[in-house]
Ligand binder design. Sequence first.
Ligand code: BTN
Length: 235
Amino acid sequence: NEVIFEKSVDSTQTRAKEYFSLKSKNFVVIAEEQTNGVGRFKREWKSPINGGFYGSFVFKDNVDRDRLSAFNLFISLALVETFKYYTDEIVLKWPNDVYLNGKKVSGLLTEYYNSGDEEGIILGIGINLNPTRHELVETAITLSDVFESKVNIQVFTHQLLKKVNHYYGLYRSVPFSKVREEYLKYSNALGNEFTFTTLDEQFKGKAVDIDDRGFLKVYDESGKIRTIMSADLNI
Ligand code: BTN
């Protein structure tokens, strides 16, 4: 698959959309820096030069929208496998984030995209690799903080691309149930209490299971079992 390297872009996510119709195969846009990196819930994603990996993968395919949650969890495992070259302290925060030492090191932004005559998934991945003079927010960490050495961004990128492609292939060929056990090894969700913020509500509850679609089952305060597709989980 084609890899497009850019020096500075507003957001690789928007760049990927611009290229979508021009390319016939899957591709990935990687930038050295982003001037307007975005996260979920329209948050800013700090993307300074030499600080990290900022890329958007385009998977042109018929999209099974019911499997987009599972898609995130497969890709989370690609991140785990890449991080494993550097550290063992990886925690997956369902559904989109990777944590090290209780702080966020990486996030996924998965979007369904339809150009009019073709559809696909645009997967944005942001990973803090090295500190720069642009400070990260208090709740974030870089991979180098736990690796205790500078991370070579080129080497990291090469490793990540291989793992993402591998897990995308798995996502297409097997159900989430096949990797669920593996996912649960790294997830902090099950058995723990969180405040769940979804697009339209907020509630407290205990995460009790992840089902075959990758949805989280939550036992809420009123004793009701809820099944959620996506949310922001906070302790
Ligand atoms: C999140 O944690 O909310 C998701 C963060 C996603 C950031 C990546 S960086 C590459 C791509 N381009 C963007 O503007 N955002 C994603």
